[in-house]
Design a protein around this ligand. Structure first.
Ligand code: B3K
Ligand code: ZN
Length: 878
């Protein structure tokens, strides 16, 4: 906990190598619920890369109770070292030495879920970013890579399973009903990748033979009651291992690969070497407990953590400013994997939808920061959509600029050149340059500057010359601490449609070999296409070729045309979304033309619905309305009630006008046979449930009965939870009965109960906040469990803008009460929740005052954590 007047800021420009490095680490854990002992033996030597003067060595260590300390075998005298609340300083250590120590920890009291802690009846760890310093004295930074050997001992009955990184060595029995196990990791690694688990767990096992013939034993460990929910995770793992060999030539490098699912976890999962620890949400699935999105999420996160073995573990980050080196690249890799496994077009739409809703919002908030930040107070606050998802887009742009062959060549260079090292995003880009011979100096701005670039495009057709000129202007908005940014290097992929909606052959006047790819590099630039017999309709930013906002003065009719004809599926969808936004925003304004536009929109909707050849998955994307938050971003001042009312109005209008047609499509899409997770079946369920949403909005008796029937039929969790969501959002007489039924049935399954909390917290009913408050007393809720906090409080603050931003300010007060309560329990989760207030300046004056008051309440609190202080103070400044 931070005690000074204001916490320190760490700057990238201050980076220096460490004066000593650690070569080997031997750890011995004597696990006890109360008072775990950690005995450590480090071999250290002067770092040849360190050129400065340093007589003393500071090791990180927080909350450690020292027992003893020895240097080269002798107990250290009091004048040879000092200990403060940040760590241990050795005043004059030799060039090369062995440091041994014993410390005592209190894992049962650790509610922060970093370092060593208890989840249920097991012990586990979380060390990224700076958790290892809560376990023992260490140089807890990613550029110190050492070989680890670990011995664990614990009670034999309570903790039959003892796991750590690397390969298993020997295990054996000890007196007093205890036992031990030893593990050795041959690959040097930074401390943030250390892990251990001890518990009474069951596992499923499979095996994998790598391309070069190495057999690998795969296990997924879970609490015994979950053993029937691991198959999907195991299959996802096997597919990821194969894919990484085929796409990147990367093989696994240990004899075993273990995954453990725990219930108490701050984020999704953690890529510890050979021992991935997962939030159980991203492992456990059975058709009756998990939705299609859960299945897809598991596949993606299992792949993500597995892929980190090369992009993160073998090659890691020099410092935490380089976080996107591993996260951006690994997200890009998991997105590509999911695209190859499932429906590529749909995956792209879902990813962009998420990027626009969350990352664009972050970029346009006081929390905006570059993909490679230049400073931070608390690194845990930088595991953001910018570092992850925008970081992935930045890698995708490079992959597209180079093309598949050169990109593969570049990643081969990267893996060869930097294996076993801690490097920077700049090193990564240099590999792209070396493989392609291109200069990416200007491209690097994507890493260094925050803010979403805007492209404003205009087209001019000259019939006499048969040429079409696209004039492109770019600008990057100011963000905290960064003004007047230089122009970026932006890949803008385009097509030109003729009047029949066909792609016209592209012939650029500059003779470009890839005429569809416009490399925008100037503030203002014109691209010319020749030999065009008629005026084209441009299809811009195909496939969302860059994470930018695009302005082009399309008429409504042109959008309808693109929606129907564009050969780029992404842009077909995007044209429809743009049209929907226009209609919705007009209705919010209560503009007179709103009614006509709605009628037109309903026609277009109807045509799309009845088009015989449509793929259900794509259709469900096309027919989905933009979210309330996305609409809010398009307004100068967010009209909370107006946006909600407009969306409800459109849904009800479509539901009524197209009622019988929606109904017959709904029936056609009904569940047949056994539940399967394929792109086809997922698409059908998505569409069916979307149609049910519109039907319910019509208010017809029939529709509401259908929800109850779908709930009761209980085919799978996707259908059940969707039906329950719709019923819980209204006043249906069966509402309480269904909610009670669900809770009675699933009270013992924490992940399913998360859905129950979330459904109620997302309801737009007037009494939602009251319900959320009351639900904190429910026996299945727990303020110390992050999944529960996210399900109830997070869903309310981030998934229910209508209720959270209610005009009376009660949402804000409630949130800040929770942030302050949680700050004493788990600062990372508290800080995460507080981010939902960051965009407070986008609201009307009354709301702004209320929000500011609450943020000031946080910032003024004594002894607040660094995590929460950083979010509160930046939100107020920005
Ligand atoms: N690397 C971890 C995230 C750690 C977050 C620490 N606050 C999971 C992942 O991105 O794979
Ligand atoms: Zn990651």
């Amino acid at each position: 906990m931070w005690k000074e007047a204001s916490p320190r800021t760490i700057y990238l420009k201050d980076y220096q190598p460490v004066p000593w490095v650690i070569r080997t680490v031997d750890l011995d854990f004597r696990l006890h619920e109360k008072g775990t002992r950690v005995i450590s033996r480090l071999t250290l030597e002067r770092n040849p890369a360190f050129t400065g003067q340093a007589a003393e060595l500071r090791l990180d260590g927080e909350g450690l109770k020292p027992v003893w300390l020895r240097l080269d075998g002798s107990e250290l005298h009091g004048d040879a070292y000092g200990i403060d609340d940040q760590g241990l300083v050795l005043f004059n250590p030799p060039e090369q030495f062995v440091l041994e120590s014993e410390v005592e920890l209190a894992p049962e009291k650790n509610t922060t879920l970093q370092g060593l802690y208890r989840s249920g009846s097991m012990f586990c760890t979380q060390c990224e970013a700076e958790g290892f310093r809560h376990i023992t004295w260490y140089l807890d930074r990613p550029d110190v890579m050492a070989r680890f050997k670990v011995r664990l001992e614990a009670d034999r009955d309570k903790y039959p399973v003892l796991l750590s990184n690397g390969n298993p060595l020997e295990r054996g029995e000890l007196p007093d009903n205890r036992h031990y196990a030893e593990w050795e990791d041959p690959h040097p690694k930074p401390s943030y990748l250390f892990a251990l688990v001890a518990g009474k767990l069951k596992y499923i096992e499979d095996s994998f033979e790598t391309a070069s013939g190495r057999p690998v034993r795969l296990r997924i460990y879970v609490e015994p009651e979950n053993i029937d929910k691991c198959d999907h995770a195991m299959q996802s793992l096997i597919r990821s291992m194969r894919w990484d060999e085929e796409k990147y030539g990367r093989e696994y490098d240990l004899d075993v690969f273990n995954i453990v699912a725990v219930n108490d976890f701050n984020m999704g999962a953690m890529e510890n070497k050979g021992l991935n620890i997962f939030n159980s949400k991203y492992v456990l699935a059975r058709p009756d407990t998990a939705t299609d999105d859960d299945y897809l999420g598991i596949e993606a996160v299992i792949a993500h953590e597995y892929f980190h073995n090369w992009t993160g573990n073998r090659i890691t980050c020099r410092d935490w400013f380089q976080l996107s080196l591993k996260e951006g690249f690994t997200v890009y890799r998991d997105q590509e994997f999911s695209s190859d496994m499932g429906a590529r077009g749909i995956k792209r739409i879902d990813d962009v939808r998420m990027l626009r809703a969350h990352q664009f919002a972050e970029d346009d908030s006081p929390m905006a920061h570059p993909v490679r930040p230049a400073s931070y107070m608390e690194i845990n606050n930088f595991y953001t959509v910018t570092v992850y998802e925008k970081g992935a887009e930045v890698v995708r742009m490079q992959a597209n600029l180079l093309g598949p062959e050169l990109f593969r060549k570049a990643t081969d260079i990267y893996f060869d050149r930097f294996d076993g090292q801690a490097v920077t995003t700049d090193d990564f880009v240099r590999c792209m340059e070396d493989a392609s011979g291109r200069d990416l100096t200007q491209f690097r701005h994507w890493y260094d500057y925050a803010g979403t670039p805007e492209l404003t495009v205009q087209g001019e057709y000259h019939p006499d010359e048969q040429v079409y000129r696209l004039q492109v202007r770019q600008s990057v908005p100011d963000t905290p601490g960064q003004k007047n940014k230089p122009p970026f290097h932006i890949p803008l992929v385009v097509g030109l449609l003729d009047s029949h909606g066909r792609d016209m052959p592209l012939d650029r006047s500059d003779g470009s070999a890839r005429p569809e790819l416009l490399e925008v590099m100037e503030k203002e630039q014109t691209f010319e296409f020749r030999n065009l017999p008629e005026a084209p309709v441009p299809s811009l930013l195909r496939g969302f070729s860059a994470p930018v906002k695009l302005n082009y003065p399309y008429s409504d009719a042109e959008l309808v045309f693109l929606m129907a004809h564009d050969s780029d599926g992404f842009n077909r969808w995007d044209a429809g979304q743009e049209l929907a936004q226009r209609v919705l925003l007009k209705l919010v304004e209560q503009a007179p033309e709103g009614a006509d536009m709605l009628a037109e929109f309903t026609h277009a909707f109807h045509r799309a619905l009845d088009a015989a050849h449509s793929d259900p998955a794509l259709l469900s994307e096309v027919l989905s309305l933009p979210s309330e938050s996305l609409l809010g971003e398009r307004m100068e001042v967010v009209d909370v009630e107006g946006i909600h009312a407009a969306r409800e109005q459109v849904k009800a209008h479509i539901g009524k006008r197209l009622h019988d047609d929606l109904l017959s499509h709904y029936r056609d899409l009904g569940e047949e046979g056994e539940y399967q997770v394929t792109p086809e079946t997922i698409g059908r369920r998505r569409l069916k449930n979307l149609l049910l949403t519109y039907l319910t909005a019509s208010g017809s008796r029939e529709a509401v009965d259908l929800c109850v029937q779908q709930y009761q039929a209980g085919h799978n969790m996707t259908d059940v939870i969707h039906a329950l969501t719709l019923v819980a959002d209204g006043d249906h007489p069966a509402r309480q009965e269904l909610l009670d039924d669900f809770a009675a049935r699933w009270h013992a399954d924490p992940l399913v109960m998360d859905k129950w909390f979330s459904v109620q917290a997302r309801s737009s009913r007037k009494d939602t906040l009251e319900r959320v408050m009351a639900l904190q007393e429910h026996p299945a809720f727990s303020i110390t469990n992050p999944n529960k906090v996210r399900a109830l409080i997070g869903s309310f603050a981030m998934g229910n803008p209508f209720c959270f931003h209610s005009a009376d300010g009660k949402g804000y007060t409630f949130l800040v009460d929770k942030v302050l309560q949680l700050d004493g329990i788990n600062p990372q989760i508290a800080a995460r929740l507080l981010r939902s207030m960051a965009r407070w300046r986008h609201y009307d004056k009354a709301r702004r005052e209320l929000a500011r008051g609450q943020l000031e309440r946080v910032a003024g609190q004594n002894g607040i954590s660094r995590d929460v202080y950083e979010v509160a103070s930046k939100s107020l400044q920005g």
